[in-house]
Write a protein that binds this ligand. Sequence first.
Ligand code: FAD
Length: 624
Amino acid sequence: MEYPDRFDVIVIGGGHAGTEAALASARMGCRTLLLTHNIETLGQMSCNPAIGGIGKSHLVKEIDALGGAMGLATDLGGIQFRVLNARKGPAVRATRAQADRVRYKAAIRTMLENQANLTLFQQAAGDLIVDGDTVRGVVTETGIRFLAETVVLCTGTFLGGVIHIGLDTSRGGRAGDPASNGLADRLRALPFRVDRLKTGTPPRLDAKSVDLASLEEQPGDTPTPVMSYLGNREMHPRQVSCHIAHTNERTHEIIHANLDRSPMYSGVIEGVGPRYCPSIEDKVHRFADKASHQVFVEPEGLDTHELYPNGISTSLPFDVQLEVVRSIKGFENAHITRPGYAIEYDFFDPRDLKHSLETKFIHNLFFAGQINGTTGYEEAGAQGLLAGLNAARRARGQDAWSPRRDEAYLGVLVDDLITLGTKEPYRMFTSRAEYRLLLREDNADMRLTELGRELGLVDDARWSAFATKRDAVERESARLKASWVQPGSAAAARVEAKTGAPLPREYRLMDLLKRPELAYADLADLPGIEGAPVEDEAVADQVQIQAKYQGYIDRQQNEIDKLKRHEATPLPTDLDYQRVEGLSNEIRQKLEAARPETLAHASRISGVTPAAVSILLIHLKKRR
Ligand code: FAD
């Protein structure tokens, strides 16, 4: 049958990409249908129950700044929050939250169910309705035809999904869910380049059988960090600790002895796995000299005893998994509640997409998430938001929008994918961005919320909260620039006590704040200074970061301009890339293999980021 209502946008798949896509399109006022296998699994975390971390929190904050759901759902579901790289500069600081799987999912579902213009429908999409080179709608596996102006495909690891546990294989989209084979066959018949990737997950453990007391405890940070710009600590559920365990030589012996039963090492799996989330058998094989690897023991939620042992993702047979787990201190009597497994799935070469995430071959069809070769909830969510936005804009006859590399990590992600493609699951890192001093997690709202408002993604409540913060930052920066500390004054005495050095002349408060040894709090209530300091931590933070890093930011901008002028610089044929500090191993390997002749040539190698080219330029200067 043909469904009687027509939609502007249909989103297929209610994972992290699909939910952000559907919400974005509906927020913009477009009639949106979210068609997904199972309403109970909306927003499900297929792997570890954690959001954020290095590079990834930047994406979450950008999604949030553009009105998306992931940040708020994390604040509502997060049970342990930490700021990683807290002692390093703000560009690489990253918020990470352990999430209660059930609470996170519930928060996403509540947002979806309460979103105006959004209709949910549970069923598998079996086919696309394609007319010439334009998509017109979707047919479900039971034959219901939904028509729409645009379609966004967000089917994650489900297309042609094959699950591996040891040498046993079965079809599935993830454990407990069916694969999408009809749709996969249909897409393979269209002119897209398709390949296979794989990813894996560890066995889950019953906490009642684990000796947590024998493991190192890792509590969350105090005060508890917050993920969303609209979030606050009062939204967080009860906070709990994670723990750290370690593999040992015995663990590694068991793995070595059973590699022939691993689908990866016996050649059963053809897809390439995530370099930065390797399986334990991969780590033991590749880093044979390492006697131990860390295992982060993460609670799956507040109302369950299940634990997620982060670091021992595996597709070894179950009996080996059990032996491996029980060889680890603290896990001697562990009971596995769910075996670990690997999954192989179809992904589409993202070079067949435009910056809008619309496909080049089929008009009005957009792809977002893991099907574009990425890995991770945050990468999926960010693409989903962009694809949902552009599907809505197309439905309304508006031009596409995509952020530039200097505006957002989302811009870096999409530009990397569509210009370089990927041979392995792509995840975000701060090192992928050449403008990382500009693209901090603390200023995603300052970079994007105004744009989001213009695009129709930001509702009144978020806009008003943002405008209040932005105005407060401007007012406070102006006050600090207009306030002077005179030598010999009571205020100067307080500053001198803090720095241990006399103030030789008068200083603006703003210039004092630029000094590394002075923080905003030190200058907040100096005697004789007009105006009250701000109480809002986020405003104070922003004023402080802008003051302290403006010089570096300006310098980075100059370096980037200079880089553009140095593209013809030759790269010596004997250059030892292993000795170029700051390059990732992945990029070193690619440069060694390609031996580019010039910086411009290096920059065109798939996976060699502009940030890496900048590092090469600095290295060449040092060599001279
Ligand atoms: P998904 O979250 O997979 O969501 C896809 C959605 O589409 C699901 O709701 C599904 O039901 C629906 N769907 C699929 N086909 C159809 C259809 N035909 N009709 C209707 N609905 C459909 N990421 C990491 O960062 N690190 C890891 O270590 C890691 N390990 C992983 C291990 C496993 C076993 C799996 C399965 C995933 C792992 N991931 C990991 C990846 C992470 O889960 C994904 O990156 C993320 O979930 C992708 O989001 P998505 O929205 O693209 O797809």
